[in-house]
Design a protein. Structure first.
Length: 98
C-alpha cells in the first residue's frame, strides 16, 4: 500500500480572502466559509495546484514556513490534514496501484 496522496476538493470552487494571519476560504460546492490559520492555508493552497503525498506536503510546508521537518512537525501536519479533510476541503486521491 502506497502513501496517501491529497488534493483540494473542487479547487476551482475555492474563493479566498486573506488578512495578516488568517485566511477565509469559501467553498462554492458546499456553500460554507472556513477560517484558516497559516498552516492549513499553506497546505490547502499547495494542494490546489497539485496532488501531493503526505511526505511531499510536509517537506514543502516545513520549508515554506521555516520549520524543521521532524516528528513533531509531521504530527502537526497530520492534524492539519485531518482537519482539512473533516471540513471537506481536501480528499485522498484514489490509489493508482493494483
Amino acid at each position: 500500500m502506497g502513501e496517501a496522496r491529497w488534493s483540494a476538493v473542487g479547487p476551482m470552487g475555492l474563493h479566498w480572502v486573506s488578512w495578516s494571519t488568517t485566511d477565509a476560504v469559501f467553498h462554492a460546492e458546499t456553500g460554507e466559509t472556513h477560517l484558516l490559520s497559516e498552516m492549513p492555508s499553506l497546505a490547502l493552497r499547495l494542494l490546489q495546484t497539485e496532488a501531493l503525498s503526505t511526505e511531499d506536503l510536509c517537506v514543502r510546508c516545513a520549508a515554506a514556513s521555516g520549520n524543521t521537518d521532524d516528528g513533531p512537525w509531521r504530527r502537526k501536519m497530520l492534524a492539519v490534514l485531518n482537519s482539512l479533510e473533516d471540513r471537506e476541503l481536501i480528499e485522498r486521491c484514489p490509489s493508482t496501484t493494483a
